[in-house]
Design a protein around this ligand. Structure first.
Ligand code: GN1
Ligand code: MG
Length: 362
């Protein structure tokens, strides 16, 4: 881990004396630290410092430009959101000089959102409905911002057909000599190519709008008030980009309607919970329903399997590539994550008809 140096921190001109700097172990891409500062009157203020991973986010100015536009827009709508702390020179990030790579990684600072919790797994249907409504609301509020004004921080991010190509390339190059050990997983991915083609074709044929999406609507990217457990705000705005609403609904359902973590090793636990899925549908549609086109509404139930497959393929590709993209905590971590997502896709596809009915009735 690279922690922000005193020189990096000084750029943000934070008032008071630094009393602690702690890593926050969350997320697979960026590095996050929390700093505490006391003023002479004894008041403490906290900040979040994140090293934006330049290997993943090739153009940090796109990421930060999007975040400025989106947070300004949300604040104008009276919504709580993240607050970026600019540097004393008025820019929003500071290049990390010690990272040995051609990619430029950079630090940014946010105000710490105090007195909140984040859930990794929904405990109740109320949790799932509330979080889904918060993401639906986020997407709805951003529907009044021109999608053309928002950049694409990671090109082809949720382009599942392209993700298949990436997997094929990884297998052909096989840099870590792992491809022959994952033939079952590769076969599973490929056996779903037809399903993916059908959903992609239906999206292109139908009236699926170009919209601003969050593109990483994980349950723990929704902060809840520590006491009341009401939604406070949506965080992790790095992947916000123009795209399809199916990405957000699908990813939300894929992670919020499942009662185990994303790297659950016991695959018998990896199932889509229909009650949770119904709650996700109700919550999301309570906010975003009126904005959906008929084609979007009809395609929503296919999106959780699509997003589970996409993420599974991404984890598997990274495993074959030797773990160069996602952080891992053990050798087979990406493989385990891929298996979990594939098991989830299997579970979702086996109840596709049910999901159609549930979403229709939500
Ligand atoms: C990554 O780093 P984190 O946890 O916010 C990834 C998402 C995946 C997620 C899976 C930029 O997000 O796409 O859905 O892991 N972010 C990027 O947990 O690739
Ligand atoms: Mg993220």
């Amino acid at each position: 881990m690279t922690q922000p140096s005193a020189a990096v921190l000084a750029n943000f001109g934070l008032a008071g004396t630094l009393i602690s700097l702690q890593p926050l172990k969350r997320g697979h891409i960026n590095e996050t630290y929390i700093s505490s500062w006391t003023s002479s009157s004894g008041k403490t203020r906290r900040y979040v410092h994140q090293l934006i991973n330049g290997a993943v986010f090739k153009d940090i100015s796109v990421v930060m430009g999007n975040i400025e536009k989106i947070t300004t827009h949300l604040k104008a709508a009276g919504e709580r959101t993240l607050t970026v702390i600019p540097t004393v020179d008025g820019v929003t990030s500071v290049v990390e000089a010690s990272v040995e790579s051609n990619d430029v990684s950079a630090w940014r600072t946010y105000e710490f959102v105090e007195d909140t919790i984040a859930l990794d797994v929904a405990r109740t249907v109320q949790d799932a409905e509330k979080v889904a409504a918060a993401f639906g609301r986020f997407d709805r509020l951003l529907s009044t911002l021109d999608p053309a004004s928002i950049g694409t921080p990671i090109p082809r991010f949720q382009d599942t057909l392209w993700r298949f190509d990436q997997l094929g390339e990884a297998i052909a190059n096989d840099p870590a000599h792992r491809a022959s050990s994952v033939t079952d997983e590769i076969s599973f991915a490929r056996s779903n190519f037809g399903f993916v083609q059908d959903v992609v074709a239906a999206q292109s044929a139908g009236d699926v709008k170009f919209r601003i999406t969050h593109a990483d609507p994980k349950i723990n990217n929704c902060l809840l008030d520590q006491k009341t457990e009401e939604v406070v705000c949506i965080v992790d705005l790095d992947t916000c980009m123009p795209g399809s609403i199916l990405w957000d609904f699908g990813d939300l359902a894929r992670n919020t309607a499942v009662l185990c973590p994303e790297d659950e090793p016991n695959l018998s636990k990896v199932v889509l919970d229909e009650k949770m899925y119904a709650a996700v549908s109700r919550g999301f549609l309570s906010e975003f329903g009126p904005l959906l086109t008929e084609a979007e509404r009809a395609l929503l139930p296919a999106s959780p399997a699509l997003l589970a497959l996409t993420l599974g393929i991404r984890f598997l590709t990274d495993y074959v590539n030797g773990d160069t993209y996602f952080k891992v905590s053990h050798r087979d971590h990406n493989l385990q994550r891929a298996r979990t997502q594939f098991q989830l896709a299997r579970s979702i596809l086996s109840v596709r008809g049910e999901l159609q009915k549930i979403t229709q009735n939500a």
